[in-house]
Design a protein around this ligand. Structure first.
Ligand SMILES: [Zn+2]
Length: 74
């Protein structure tokens, strides 16, 4: 993820923090904000693969890649 993409995700994230009334999601979003600032957003928590930018734009708090999500669903 380049710095422009990171800035875009951060903007989306801040807007979602502003509009979220869900405490659990809010705490996840705030954790994600810390990950952006620490520059490790977008890597799968389990396998270190890059998470698709399109997914992060919708769900910035996503911490697993598609493959690991599929495994988690089973
Ligand atoms: Zn993964």
């Amino acid at each position: 993820m380049n710095k422009h993409q990171r800035a875009e995700i951060k903007k989306i994230l801040l807007a979602q923090i502003d509009s979220s009334g869900d405490d659990l999601r809010l705490s996840r979003l705030n954790t994600t904000l810390k990950r952006i600032d620490a520059d490790n957003l977008g890597e799968c928590f389990k396998c270190d693969l890059e998470i698709q930018f399109a997914i992060l734009k919708t769900y910035p708090e996503q911490i697993l890649c598609d493959n690991c999500l599929d495994v988690a669903k089973d």
